[in-house]
Design a protein around this ligand. Structure first.
Ligand code: UDP
Ligand code: MG
Length: 318
């Protein structure tokens, strides 16, 4: 068996764990009979992450390091890694040891069986609050209902991609990168391996509810136009209701005259219609904003420096 394997590790302020992570990963890679390479993508960290990965690149010939010019977010960091990885199989894994590197041989086994995308599905989750579990479960259910491409449930970004799957991913340059959706969208034979997700080894999660909510909106709007449809239906039913109510008011005037009353009904109708209009406008605005962001066609990331055995070789940048 002879193939090449690249492991892409996005890292943002992971100085506390990156050493431990690399030791565990290196142990796993030692046991794999393949030409291995690890690509650390430092997503503009403000702590010691970059010097640490540079040191790793000097110690271990398998390690290559990329530093992005600022914090572009995990999705861009992963994309930078995938763009650089030139291997038969590419694994994407978090640096915080929540995804066990020990699972990589199992992912490879499925890939050798002919699957192009092998994603790791979380079994139980440690170290996550009940609300976090509940909201994430609810999100997957809603996405499943709304989206045109079915999204595998309870998967993170930990997965293995074949060469052609990586090439397919490289072709997707949209800015609103909801990676889980994109991985599913490319198609090809896909399968999963279940594992137990540990609590973070050290450091803090970079996701708070604000970022998670934004990710959910991103996921829904980039994979479904259902909200636009919902806005339309809300508009149609509000208009229909208003029309019927108007008829009823007219009849009332004709039959019983018009005593000056009806302030409450007036307010209710105005407020309801105003709310419905603002909601529909907001939904449309979301999509227009996205179209605008895509239309600018900006690059997804910039690389500030590279270290270690990448194709360009040596150092570029500061
Ligand atoms: N990450 C990144 N850029 C960011 C945020 C996170 O590269 O802006 C990396 C982070 O270093 C880690 C992975 O993405 O390797 C997952 O991040 P985190 O553990 O914060 O997310 P969670 O596991 O809670 O989903
Ligand atoms: Mg994590």
């Amino acid at each position: 068996m002879s193939f090449s394997l690249a492991v892409v590790v996005p890292a943002y302020n992971e100085a506390q764990v990156i050493g431990t992570f690399h030791a565990r990963l290196a142990g796993v890679l030692d046991g794999i009979d393949a030409a291995c390479r690890v690509i650390y993508v430092d997503d503009g960290s403000s702590d010691e992450t970059w010097p640490m990965v540079v040191a790793l690149a000097e110690e271990d010939p398998r390690v290559a390091a990329l530093r992005l010019s600022r914090n572009f977010g995990k999705e861009a960091a992963m994309t930078a890694g995938l763009d650089t990885a030139d291997a038969d199989a590419v694994v994407v894994i978090d640096a915080d040891l929540q995804d066990p590197p020990e699972l990589i041989p199992e992912l490879i086994a499925q890939w050798l069986d002919g699957y192009d995308v092998v994603y790791a599905t979380r079994g139980e989750r440690d170290g996550e609050t009940r609300t976090k579990k509940f909201t994430s479960a609810a999100f997957y259910r809603v996405m499943e209902k709304l989206s045109d491409t079915p999204l595998p449930r309870d998967t993170g970004d930990f997965r293995l991609l074949s060469r052609r799957a990586v090439e397919a991913m490289r072709g997707l340059r949209e800015r609103q990168r909801f990676m889980k959706g994109l991985f599913a969208w490319i198609g090809y034979p896909q399968t999963s391996v279940t594992y137990h997700r540990d609590a973070r080894h050290a450091g803090n999660t970079k996701w708070n509810y604000w970022r998670l909510t934004n990710l959910a909106i991103e996921g829904i709007t980039s994979f479904s136009t259902a909200p636009l449809r919902m806005a339309t239906w809300l508009g149609v039913s509000a208009a229909g209701f208003a029309f019927l109510y108007g008829l009823w008011v007219m009849f009332k005037v004709l039959l019983w005259g018009d005593p000056v009353r009806g302030y409450p009904t007036l307010m209710v109708v105005i407020l309801f219609l105003g709310g419905a209009q603002l909601l529909a406008l907001g939904v449309i605005g979301e999509y227009i904003g996205r179209t605008y962001a895509e239309a600018k066609r900006r690059p997804l990331y910039y690389i500030e420096s590279r270290r270690g055995g990448l194709s360009c070789g040596g150092d570029s940048g500061k």
